[in-house]
Ligand binder design. Structure first.
Ligand code: UGA
Length: 450
């Protein structure tokens, strides 16, 4: 099929590239002309494992194009995927102005029937508003629009594999034509009829994805309810971690056993500095607002949010306890991205943590394998190290803020020697307390005996 993707952020770029990978003819557009220029020149505006390979292959085969003029993309696509941002407004609601803008664009530029697919994360009932907007903005045109919601469940860092090997594909539709077209679009994924360019372990074998046809409202709700539930799970684990600390239990032993109960499941139970990124925090807020506006008291979500905000306080308290005075001391920070395998620092706990350290008068020396360029824009006055060892050099404490794999197996005697004081505070419970003790470190983590 001929598909247009509007918005080339994480979601749009992965969606466009993977739709081309499975055989469609895709054109991606963005109102950020610089982004399009980079993509046309063969570059990538983001770091996402496997994506470069998929994009270059699709472009070589002539199935993926980028264009700066959104009208050209609308004209070219029979199906149009809306992948624009829905950032939080100051009150926490999702800002839907970009969706409205795209609706106007599609309505005024379309000359043939279009399937308009809402991929951006939006509050329930947005699809109904989108339909209304399309018909209002296209009131002088005879073009037929079919609207669908097709929420994405892509995780940054494994987004390509998540797209090509999903466990479910949710399509919210009001009519059979939309459903039929979406099934056609996803047929290769449903039938596993493509050669996966990203190899194991990012590319699991297993059952074919579930094809779930729902109403548009339900599809939108599924997305917000899923992300909010993941956030709840993390905050729950973090509270249990606080309790484990007080009681002398070990959170990792606790969640391991809990997770073996299939009703609970083991993922998203890792205690630490809390959840960040551009999805969980903003979706949780938007969901709370949606509930409030709908007259439903969903205060447990507010609590999850509050617990998450307190993680940095808790961690800084531990640092203060260990260092006594923080002011004037050099602190090394390992990790800036909101999670490993991405360069994304939006709402990253590491960034909040560094702001706090600066407020308390510390000198910060940070290192991240991928996110330093982005961090420089928001934290221009800290020192950036060339490696984890360089971050440790002369530091009186080394904080682990993101669980990059490379931080698991550092040359610990070398780190020990580099530090002014061999103190490690592990905000992601990445390391083994026994091993750190063996290497002579004073080691503290979250929810585990020090
Ligand atoms: C999340 C969802 O996992 C995806 O399913 C969804 O499609 C995506 O949002 C989205 O809405 O676009 P992502 O933001 O990439 O994906 O990140 P996650 O893997 O969910 O991690 C979010 C945060 O939670 C990270 O800061 C991570 O460090 C933290 N986390 C995760 C924990 O603190 N503990 C855990 O056990 C798991």
């Amino acid at each position: 099929m001929k598909i247009a993707v509007i918005g080339t952020g994480y979601v749009g770029l992965v969606t466009g590239a993977c739709l081309a990978e499975i055989g469609h003819d895709v054109i991606c557009t963005d109102n950020d002309a610089e982004k399009i220029r980079i993509l046309e020149a063969g570059g990538l505006p983001i770091y996402e494992p496997g994506l470069e390979k998929v994009i270059s292959r699709a472009r070589q085969q002539g199935r993926l194009r980028f264009c700066a003029n959104p009208a050209d993309a609308v004209a070219a696509g029979d199906a149009i995927f809306i992948c624009v941002g829905t950032p939080p407004l100051p009150n926490g609601d999702a800002d839907l102005s970009a969706i409205d803008h795209v609706a106007r664009l599609i309505a005024t530029e379309a000359r043939s029937p279009k399937l308009v697919v809402e991929k951006s994360t939006v509050p329930a009932r947005t699809g109904q508003e989108l339909k209304r907007a399309l018909s209002v903005y296209a009131r002088n045109s005879q073009v037929a629009f079919h609207v669908a919601s097709n929420p994405e469940f892509l995780r940054e860092g494994t987004a390509v594999a998540d797209f090509l090997h999903p466990n479910r594909i949710v399509v919210g539709v009001d009519d059979e034509i939309a459903e039929r077209q979406l099934r056609e679009i996803y047929r290769p994924v449903l039938d596993r009829a493509f050669q996966c360019p990203v190899h194991a372990p990012a590319c699991p074998e297993g059952p074919a994805p579930a094809w779930l046809v729902t109403t548009i409202n339900s599809a939108e709700l599924i997305k917000h309810a899923s992300n909010s539930f993941l956030a709840l799970k993390i905050s729950y684990a973090n509270m249990v971690a606080d309790l484990a600390e007080r009681l002398g239990a070990d959170i990792q032993e606790v969640v391991r056993a809990m997770g073996l109960d299939p009703r609970i499941g083991s993922s998203f139970l890792s205690a630490g500095l809390g959840f960040g990124g551009f999805c969980l925090p903003k979706d949780l807020q938007a969901f709370v607002h949606l509930a409030e506006r709908s007259g439903v008291d969903f205060s447990m979500l507010r609590e999850a949010e509050k617990i998450n905000r307190r993680r940095i306080d808790h961690f800084c308290g531990k640092l203060r306890e260990a260092l006594w005075v923080v002011r004037g001391k050099q602190i090394g920070v390992l990790g800036l991205a909101f999670k490993p395998n991405t360069d994304d620092i939006r709402f990253a706990p590491a960034i909040d943590l560094i702001h706090r350290l600066i407020e308390e008068g510390a000198r910060v020396r940070a290192y991240d394998p991928e996110a330093m360029d982005r961090a420089r824009a928001v934290l221009p006055h800290i020192e950036y190290a060339t490696s984890a060892y360089d971050a440790a050099q002369g530091s009186e404490a080394l904080l682990i803020a993101t669980e990059w794999d490379q931080f698991r197996s550092l040359d610990w005697p070398r780190v020990h020697q580099a530090m002014a004081r061999p103190l490690i505070l592990d905000g992601r419970n990445l390391l083994s307390p026994a091993e750190m003790k063996r290497h002579g470190f004073e080691y503290r983590s979250l929810g585990r005996p020090d």
